[in-house]
Design a protein around this ligand. Structure first.
Ligand SMILES: Nc1ncnc2c1ncn2[C@@H]1O[C@H](COP(=O)(O)OP(=O)(O)OP(=O)(O)O)[C@@H](O)[C@H]1O
Length: 855
């Protein structure tokens, strides 16, 4: 049946193809328009609606989140893009802090999260950030939606990298806003950025200076290392930032050492925040996989100890923490030269941004290396597989200790930490650590295993003045950092043995540390009286020093120190005095370092000029005073010069009463003594400019005269030589003619020998007036191009040899050059005709007779 039907159909088609085509076409067009109609409007709507439906579904689930049941990230109501990002970055299961905080954050609650170092706090806030903007369907035109503030550039950079990895499937734009980068470039893009990871100083700078930048739409604010950002160092900056943010935002605070200060939290206007202390009930506040020890040693043993430690841990990845930049700078350099057998890197706040990133990436990649660092590397940095953290200098407090050691033993890995303490620091520091639940054991250093490097350092310093200056700055800077520490139970600068410490750095003598002697004076209460007596020190110095002694100031400087733009007091000082350095990441270390050796100067507390009034007044007063002083000194000097005073004169007499000058040494002049007009001027070390000019003028004249005379002499000499050569040539020609006439075989070489030296001298002396006609005939016997007497002797010797030994190989050239001469034996050329006293005819007869008788 079926076969029959198809046959009939085929027949129909073949019967009327046009009809069939029309029919098919009609059907096709109908179908196409139907599909078009059905597809076009609904597809757009559906996509939009699907997204909204998805979001609604997710939001509905928020209230059902049970952290205990969340084993995988997919157990949380997260967007598909976020889940894909996590999976692609190999994050499958949430850590404890992530499990406990993500739910609250998704629900829109303010969160205070605390968990041990290396426990995954970064993702605990980045996931809610992504979800928040996804929920709002954020786009570029909406501007800034979420803000993450980090205390250091390196940490901001690291967080930015994690965000890029996890959030790569979303369409939001993210930006890294930190100091040391091109401000203009940032300004151009910042208004289109949805998520900003930043350091506080740079963010505030944009808020102040970039007109297109505003944060009025901000939905979420995150403070990473919140306790650090909320402490005094950033207080003013943070207050200013918060003022620019909308109050309706959600705020998340994370740290391993979370603040509970109500006052701090009030500043952020948190609304009913959720406290999440993951390890509150834990026995210890540091990772369980971390082994911690400390040693007590003398200050002057520390460098040897560090070197010995490195020598015995060559295959490890180590971070060494120091108290200040200049220690890192000096010890990094000398350790590179000491070649401990492991690569040494340095990271501190005085490096240019490019260098900082380079070092950071370098250390991330390396499997065995040691990084010398200040506390800019103490918080948050996630260098993979660090085996050891060595604290060369005692940390400021227990919290700093916890963050420093937290650079190892991260996320289930193991690690070791060693703290080096001075005996004066031991009691106070260990008590603090115990209070913070840090398990730490005391171990001993084996003195026999210590490698002494002092002599090598001394040798380096003897070779390089720059290194010596670095050592001096390191010395002063360390003492200053100890001096400025708040906790005086732990840090007592007056207990330190300074000469020994200086020697351990390779210095022969301990540099003078003025702030210490002044502090001592002040402690003994004698500063007021002494300040008047000490006439050599300016009032400004004294004033700045007094301010320095005020604890509050020091505190602020120290806490400020961790910000990326500087990590010890010096850096802040640099920033304060040169705001430009903050913008371009300037590294003007030498100039600033010099100050260390001189005097401890006050650093600015309010780096961002929030409390401008009182402070700037003080500063401008001091500046004005300084300028006035400088001006008056210049004026005074000019006055002295005008009055022709003799300044700085020191006269020493010999036993015989003759005047001796020791310093400055007498300047030797070309002018004979008798000609000097103002000879007595030289007795002074001051300079009489007019007299000096006059003397220079005379010396120039004298020099010109001498030059002129020598040129004239030279010309005369040339003339004489030319004449001589011409005479010689004439006599040669005459002789040749005579010889031709007298005897064909007569030789003519002898004269040339004595003149050869002079010819050479002539050629080299006055090249421009060279006259080829003065040269000896090249066809004659001349075998030497020699230009000195010795060579010309040699040529003579060579010629003699060639005459005496024709077959000699050595003289082959001579043989070729002088075929004619060699045919004639030298003796024959000297035979003179015998004078018989007869006539020519008689002589002929006599010869014939003799020949006849002889034959
Ligand atoms: N869910 C996860 N699964 C696997 N690894 C994770 C997870 N979360 C975080 N990590 C890894 O753990 C390490 C530490 O994470 P993170 O830097 O966020 O710790 P942290 O708590 O912020 O440390 P710190 O207190 O020192 O800042 C990182 O290498 C990170 O990749």
């Amino acid at each position: 049946m079926r076969v029959k039907k198809t046959k009939e159909k085929k027949k129909l088609i073949t019967d009327d193809p046009v009809k069939n085509f029309e029919k098919w076409k009609k059907k096709y067009v109908e179908k196409k328009t139907r599909v078009k109609k059905a597809k076009k409007p609904t597809s757009k709507k559906r996509q939009y609606e699907t997204e909204r439906e998805n979001i609604q579904k997710l939001v509905k689930k928020y209230s059902e989140i049970n952290p205990k049941e969340a084993v995988k990230f997919s157990d949380f109501p997260l967007s598909r893009n976020t889940l894909r990002g996590l999976l692609e970055a190999q994050y499958r299961q949430p850590t404890e802090i992530q499990r406990q905080t993500i739910g609250f954050a998704l629900q829109g609650r303010d969160v205070l999260g605390a968990a041990k170092t290396g426990s995954g706090k970064t993702l605990a806030f980045l996931i809610p950030v992504l979800e928040c903007l996804y929920r709002e369907q954020w786009t570029a035109v909406d501007g800034l939606g979420a803000l993450v503030i980090s205390p250091t550039r390196e940490l901001a950079y690291q967080t930015f990298q994690v965000l890029r990895k996890v959030g790569k499937n979303h369409d939001f734009s993210a930006g890294l806003v930190i100091g040391g980068k091109d401000l203009k470039d940032e300004s151009d893009k910042i208004h289109r950025t949805n998520i900003i990871i930043c350091t506080p100083g740079r963010l505030l700078q944009h808020m102040d200076e970039t007109s297109t930048f505003h944060a009025s739409n901000l939905h979420m604010l995150v403070l990473d290392e919140a306790d650090r950002i909320l402490d005094m160092g950033f207080a003013d900056t943070l207050n200013a930032i918060v003022e620019n943010l909308p109050k309706t935002r959600q705020t998340l605070l994370f740290s391993a050492t979370q603040t509970k200060s109500v006052k701090d939290l009030a500043r952020l206007s948190l609304k009913n925040p959720e406290y999440v202390w993951v390890h509150e009930q834990a026995k210890f506040s540091t990772p369980a996989t971390l082994e911690q020890n400390y040693v007590v040693c003398e200050l002057h043993q520390k460098v040897d100890m560090l070197f010995s430690f490195l020598r015995s841990h060559l295959q490890k990845k180590i971070i060494v923490f120091f108290a200040c930049c200049k220690e890192v700078q000096y010890l990094f350099r000398v350790f590179c030269r000491l070649r401990p057998g492991i690569s040494v890197l340095a990271l501190h706040g005085r490096q240019h941004q490019m260098k900082r990133v380079e070092v950071y990436n370098d250390f991330v990649r390396k499997t065995a290396a040691v990084l010398f660092a200040t506390d800019i590397a103490a918080r948050g940095l996630d260098f993979p597989a660090v085996n050891w953290v060595l604290q060369f200098d005692c940390p400021e407090d227990a919290n700093t200790y916890i963050h420093r050691v937290g650079r190892t033993a991260r996320y289930k890995e193991g690690g070791e930490a060693l703290l080096v303490l001075l005996s004066s620091e031991e009691k106070g520091m260990i008590a603090q650590l115990q209070e913070k639940k840090v398990p730490i054991n005391k171990i001993q250093v084996n003195p026999e295993k210590l490698i002494c490097v002092q002599q090598k350092l001394e040798a380096f310093l003897a070779q390089e003045k720059e290194q010596k200056e670095r050592a001096q700055r390191c010395f002063v800077s360390y003492l200053r950092s100890v001096f400025l520490m708040k906790n005086k139970d732990v840090f007592d600068v007056f207990q330190l043995k300074l000469p020994e410490y200086a020697m351990s750095l390779g210095l022969a003598v301990a540099p003078r540390v003025r702030f210490l002697s002044k502090a001592q004076q002040q402690m003994s209460g004698g500063v007021q009286n002494n300040s008047i007596a000490a006439g050599d020190e300016s009032e400004d110095e004294l004033k700045s020093f007094k301010t320095q002694l005020k604890g509050k100031q020091a505190e602020s400087e120290l806490s400020q120190s961790e910000e990326d733009d500087g990590d010890d007091g010096d850096d802040d000082e640099e920033e304060g005095e040169k705001p430009a350095a903050l913008l371009c990441g300037s590294d003007d270390e030498e100039e600033d370092d010099q100050k260390d050796l001189d005097l401890l100067t006050v650093k600015r507390k309010d780096v961002f000029s929030v409390n401008e009034d009182s402070q700037t007044k003080e500063e401008t007063n001091a500046e004005e005073k300084n300028n006035k002083q400088k001006e008056s000194k210049v004026k005074e000097a000019k006055k002295i010069q005008k009055r022709n005073f003799k300044v700085n004169t020191k006269t020493i007499f010999t036993d015989n009463g003759e005047v001796l000058q020791q310093w400055p040494p007498l300047q030797r002049t070309m002018i004979p003594k008798g000609e000097e007009e103002e000879e007595d001027d030289e007795e002074t070390s001051g300079i009489n400019v007019e007299a000096a000019k006059e003397r220079l003028r005379k010396e120039d004249q004298e020099f010109d005269k001498k030059e002129y005379r020598s040129k004239i002499k030279e010309k005369h000499r040339e003339k004489r030589l030319k004449e001589k050569a011409a005479r010689r040539e004439a006599s040669k020609q005459r002789k040749e003619k005579q010889k031709e006439a007298a005897d064909e075989d007569d030789g003519d070489n002898d004269d040339d020998d004595d003149g050869e030296e002079e010819v050479v001298a002539y050629l080299s002396g006055v090249e421009e007036e060279f006259d080829p006609s003065t040269l000896p005939d090249p066809d004659k016997v001349h075998d030497s191009d020699s230009s000195d007497g010795e060579d010309s002797d040699a040529s003579v010797r060579g010629r003699k040899r060639s005459f005496s030994d024709d077959s000699s190989d050595d003289d082959g050239d001579d043989v070729q050059q002088r075929p004619v001469v060699r045919k004639k034996p030298r003796q024959e050329s000297t035979v003179t005709p015998l004078d018989t006293g007869l006539s020519l005819a008689e002589d002929e007869e006599l010869v014939l007779h003799l020949l006849g008788s002889h034959s």
